[in-house]
Design a protein around this ligand. Sequence first.
Ligand code: JCF
Length: 680
Amino acid sequence: MNTEEARSRIGELTRLLNRYSEEYHVHDSPSVPDSVYDRLYRELEDLEKAWPDLADPGSPTRRVGGAPLDHFAKVSHEIPMLSLEDIFNDGELVQFLSRTGEADLCCEVKLDGLACSILYENGLLIRAATRGDGRTGEDITQNVRTIRNVPLRLDTDNPPRLLEVRGEVVMPRKGFERINEQARQEGGKVFANPRNAAAGSLRQKDPRVTASRPLMFTCYALGLAEGADLPDTHSRRLAYVASLGIPVSPETRTGRGAAFCREFYSGILGRRQELPYDIDGVVIKVDSIARQEDLGFVARSPRWAVAYKFPPQDEMTVLRDVEFQVGRTGVLTPVARLEPVKVGGVTVSSATLHNEAYIRSLGIMIGDTVIVHRAGDVIPRVESVVMDMREKAADLRPVEFPGFCPSCGSVLERSPDEAATRCSGGLFCPAQCKEALRHFVSRQAMNVEGLGERIIGELYDGGLIRHVSDIYRLNAGELFRFYRSRNRMVNKDTPEGSLLVNNLERSIDRSRKTTLPRFIYALGIREVGEAMAQTLAEHFKTLEALMQATTEELKMVEDVGDVVAGHIRSFFQEEHNCRIIRELRDLGVTWPEMPAHSGGGSLSGQTFVITGTLASMGRNEAKQCLQELGAKVAGSVSAKTSAVICGSDPGSKYARARELGIRILSEEEFLAMIGREVTG
Ligand code: JCF
């Protein structure tokens, strides 16, 4: 290869790889497999090694360069980076709206991370800085270059001379959990929450460390701009920025008035847990830049925007004790008993401490003041210890780890890789048996209403049920006798007593008619959750086929690897499990045949993307309609998208679809396609 050929190939590879990287990290829709990316990347690396002078400053190989720093240089923000005034209730919202007058508004989510400024000169990333005090920040260019969704070069042939984009750097919750899990196993630094993890990762002296952290940037404003012909509203500026390949939030809507703001606020609050990153409120901005300039600033915040904060998810309380609970598969979970405290309107008196390694990494002691975190419906967790409160704590004592199962006294097994401690008692362990029973009757499994944790415990301890099949052998007479002998208030002659027993009998009977996916899930095979049970049922069609499947046959199923296949095989190799299944069927547990077709819907093979707000139904409902007809629903637009369904206020996906020449369907056309009446 001669120099000219190398130059052209380096240019081509740089462009290609940057496009693939953007598809992957910004749009979540890679058009080539990782293996192709890796091969081209290595080719580029080799060429750049052979011809170092030809390397493009925007090359993907240049993300991690530079040696570790011993300090961060100062950067002054020519246009100060503002903070937002917080509001907390509807009264303050109304006040804000009266200040802005009748104006178009742009609502966004408020990401809980670190503010950051990124400067592009002639389309190339040349500097990145923290917010600092708003006027002076720290130069973190080398670190920001390692953030995968930040383009090193703007995606345009005609870049502005200068463009400063401002936004938030966050660590998605999944990535946060992953790096913490790893840190716990390797004895590294464990972060209390994703925000701290993002901050710690961004202020790293060694950019290679930052590069190993799953960070994500989202632009929410512009700073300096020269030689750019900017649109005159905030929302259109975001769309412009997005067209350059800079990530912006998809959760952005424009509208007017208090009702619009309230709806956006509660809509996002309701979906808070579904978003992949933490948010702590919504931001409401006047959309017109001219109106923004009229309104101006007070002190350090603009008068044209507010942050409408969500109720906090963290509170402080005292750790009273730690107990160890045994789960269905024998795993011991340490549970914190807490001084009751209200978090987000719900009283919390216990919280998970995950596992022993977590307890050690927190350095927690009984009597400590702790921060509990409760998000949505998930189990509250102890997030951190307030070490400053230790001096005042009179009697602290260490957490004692049990040497034997607290339920059955069996030996505990500690697996080094899993960070889990397991009871080896199996079906001999009452705690494991009760949990298996509880799982079997749960709503997503056999759905036996009225058979909760307490009654299961009583029936088990009373010897009426041992295995799941015993549930279908219970009869009313036996139940009455049991409850009377236990001196309960339940007795055949009182209406409450007969009601309880009769209802229980009826719901047990109703649960005999089930579906194959539910039944498979109810068995409680390790690593077989609801989605896996569904997949297995669709693949094998009958329980017999699943029971007889070899490891090789199991591994042909999507998402089934060695581990899951191994668990399924060992479950059905256990004669005891097969006997219980036979008993269940003999006792009348049945399910209809799985439908033979699959992938036969009228829209099968097509992929849709939904953007904007649909008037006639929510997104989830629209998604379900499409899936029922065999279609796939993707989160972002790529060349593989069949059509984009566009509601009102469409986001950047609309622009992207236009760019790629992908078919765009109005809500009416969408409704017609799925065979729904078009109303209104
Ligand atoms: O997501 C955020 N944390 C966020 C912060 C979003 C915004 O639109 C902001 C901001 C801080 C200042 N806008 C301004 C002007």
